[in-house]
Ligand binder design. Structure first.
Ligand code: B12
Ligand code: SF4
Ligand code: SF4
Length: 261
């Protein structure tokens, strides 16, 4: 029996090196939690957002082409015993370069073998990218855990994501029913060195009782988490005499999670 087109796409991604792959409907993505609340969150310049050459924020938020109907989402395992995959070296991380390469090869095959048009996507949402965690949940890769990360059955939160637009009407592969946080000790919040997940972040508090996002109860505060990221950048600078060393961004809320170990 001929394999369904969705299965063929996923198989191509896995054959090219993806640990996990799935398909999300762009219409669902446009209505997903991050899209709904992002524009209400105020100016987050400097907290993981990108700027143009003149230091100004770039705004290409959600200016996706109408021809983009679905998103292929891939994940690459970043296990604890391969920490170097996540180290920033000034040009990116080895893991992200692998993801870019896996996606480029998968894209070629989708276009050549399946005759489906594709559109590459930037990593940053401000440069036309998608919210990768939302896309991954909608594609059935896992759920958003109490650590505010995508948690998958096989790798827990220890994986990195990338997406590609597909110009085809196909079927989504998610979301799936999966909730490892329900009966967990929630150590992911306890180990945070900055206590970024101890209380509802002020910005979400102001949205009223209806908002229980992010991290399921609004407790993840990106401003506080980013303090840690800035400390990690400073540590990377002074680790090697004069030369900027790799930046080893905090991953404590990932490593402690028991899922997928
Ligand atoms: C900006 C950014 C940052 C900023 C701000 C983070 C933030 N969450 O706001 C800073 C620098 C602080 C940061 C920190 C980290 N980041 Co970061 N970051 C991003 C980036 C570029 C955009 C994220 C964003 O702005 N989201 C918007 C805000 C509003 O939403 P949110 O806080 O993520 O919460 C939303 C979701 O949880 C979602 N959601 C919640 N419940 C549900 C339920 C359903 C059904 C759905 C559909 C959605 C959904 O709605 C929430 C509402 O806003 C993404 C890449 C990308 N293009 O997506 C990577 C990304 C999210 N980061 C990633 C990682 C790993 C990290 C760090 C561990 C650092 C590191 N070592 O790399 C920490 C983790 C912090 C944490 N516990 O969440 C990974 C996550 C992988 C995973 N397994 O989930 C991503 C996807 C990048 C990648 N390479 O794959 N990050
Ligand atoms: S440590 Fe427990 S509560 Fe935290 S993300 Fe993992 S399963 Fe969920
Ligand atoms: S990445 Fe580090 S600082 Fe940020 S929430 Fe996780 S444990 Fe806390």
């Amino acid at each position: 029996m001929k394999m369904k087109i969705e299965q063929q796409i996923i198989r191509m991604a896995v054959e090219n090196g993806a640990t996990l792959a799935g398909l999300a409907d762009v219409r669902a993505l446009k209505a997903s939690p991050s899209h709904v609340i992002y524009s209400q969150m105020g100016d987050y310049t400097g907290v993981g957002t990108v700027k143009d050459g003149g230091g100004l924020p770039v705004h290409q938020l959600f200016n996706w082409p109408d021809s983009a109907k679905f998103a292929l989402v891939i994940g690459l395992a970043h296990p604890k015993d391969r920490p170097e995959l996540d180290w920033w070296d000034g040009k990116g991380t080895p893991g992200n370069r692998m993801l870019i390469d896996i996606m480029a090869r998968t894209r070629k095959r989708i276009e050549a073998d399946l005759n489906i048009g594709t559109q590459p996507l930037h990593y940053y949402v401000e440069k036309g990218g998608v919210f990768l965690k939302d896309a991954a949940v909608l594609a059935g890769l896992g759920c958003i855990g109490r650590n505010n990360l995508l948690v998958t059955p096989s790798c827990g939160p220890r994986l990195r994501l990338r997406a590609l637009f597909l110009e085809a009407e196909i079927d989504p592969t998610g979301p799936v029913s999966f909730d490892p946080c329900k009966d967990c000790r929630v150590d992911c919040r306890r180990v945070c060195p900055e206590k970024a997940m101890n209380q509802k972040a002020p910005v979400f508090e102001s949205f009223g009782k209806d908002t229980d996002l992010p991290a399921r109860d609004g407790a993840y505060d990106r401003q506080i988490c980013n303090i840690r990221m800035e400390k990690d950048v400073a540590a990377g600078r002074k680790n090697t005499a004069g030369e900027p060393g790799p930046i080893k961004y905090c991953r404590r809320c990932e490593f402690i999670c028991p899922v997928g170990k």
